[in-house]
Every structure is written in C-alpha cells, then in structure tokens.
Ligand binder design. Sequence first.
Ligand code: PEP
Length: 251
Amino acid sequence: MTRRALVAGNWKMNLDRERATALARGILEGSSGDGAEIAVFPPFVYLDAVGRVLESSPIAWGGQNMHFATSGAFTGEISGPMLTDLGARYVIVGHSERRHVFGESAELVGRKVAAAFEAGLVPVLCVGETIEQRRAGETRQVVFDQLAQGVAGITPEQAEKLVVAYEPVWAIGTGETATPEQAQEVHADLRGWLTERYSRETAARIRIQYGGSVKPSNAAELLAQDDIDGALVGGASLEVESFLAIVAAAR
Ligand code: PEP
C-alpha cells in the first residue's frame, strides 16, 4: 500500500498577516500539485486570510490546536467547527509545546482527537519522548501510551484517516535531528502498535510523519525511510524555498 506523503508547515506563533499570506502565495506558486500533499498551519488569526490565498488549490490548511467542546464558556479557545468554518482540513493535536509548555494531558489530547473527527477535521496527533525518557529507555512506552490515549475515543474507520506525527521533543527547534535509523525504528514500532490495535490494513493506511528540525539537508534521507510518510516542519517551513525543498524531497 502506498501512502501519499504529507509535508506540513507548523508556523507556530510567527509571521504577521502580510508575511503569512506572502508565504502561502509563494508555496502555492512554487508547488506543482503532484508529489507530496502539502498543508500549512498558520496562527488562528491568519487562517482566514491564508485560506483565501489557498482556496481552490490542492494545498490544505489547518489549526495548530483546538478545544474539544463545540462551543461554550472557554475564553480564548477555538472549536473544531470554527476551524471547518474557515475551510480547515487538518488540526494539530498534542504538539509537544501544548503538552510540555501548556500542560496538556494525554487524556485531554484524546478528547481533542475525537472532537476533531466529530467536526470533520483530520487530526495530526503528535507523540514523542523527552531526552530524559529516551536516555532511560522509555521511548516506546511513552509514545505507545500517548498513541493509546490519543485514539481512545475514535472508531477504526476514523483511525484510517488519522495522521500521526512522531516528534522527539529533544529534536524540536533544537537543530538536533533523529538519525533516519532512529526515526524509522520508532515509526516501525508505532505502525506495529497500530497493527495490533486495529489491523494490518488500517495500520498500512495511517500516515506517520516525522518532525524535529527537518530541513532541506536532512529531509531526503529521513523521508526515504519505509515508515516515514512525510514531515511536520517548524522553523524550515517559514521560508518558501526551504519548505518547498522539503516537499520536493518527499517525492
Ligand atoms: C514542530 O514544531 O513541529 C517542529 C518539528 O519544529 P522544528 O522543525 O522547528 O524542529
């Protein structure tokens, strides 16, 4: 089964309105439409403007986070239906900055994954270990637990559409990347877990992205691994050239 790679740009809390729309336009103009699927994740306040640039194009856009409720007294939060209202196809859930800086629990992340599907979005569920956990030999246990709690509230049919992003916390924004072998090992473990939980067919359909200091110089080797189905890119997604070089490496 061949999975179409997904290369996604997580713009985090960067750019302004003009630079965000210019970046979207540059990606649109520089991409061919075939090869890897492309998605961008602008800050919430620029989603509408970016969506207007990308509408009717094959490039998808999504939210960097969402609340599990559809509406209510949750000051400062954004719901899944609000994202779909803006044409979003994807939403990042459980990014390590949400887990470690904002204290989101694996259980909360699982509620968001279920709510994302409910709203018609495809969640990009991030999992990954800290350097201490890796050194203690706990990587598999940590990512399996995050995955188990992440998918706890979804159906097998929904699981087929899920995107998982393996992002070792020690590699995010640090310039340090997992070696292709280190990444492939965890990706294969994750696919093995998904096979046991669902079936070989379902696990073969689920895309597992790698994230953590992916750049043009290391993308091709990482993306050539059997179980790496694209990249979730932070820093290098903020420039048209470096992002499109990573997209090209995913062919
Ligand atoms: C990320 O934020 O998901 C990420 C992988 O960031 P960077 O590429 O900057 O390490």
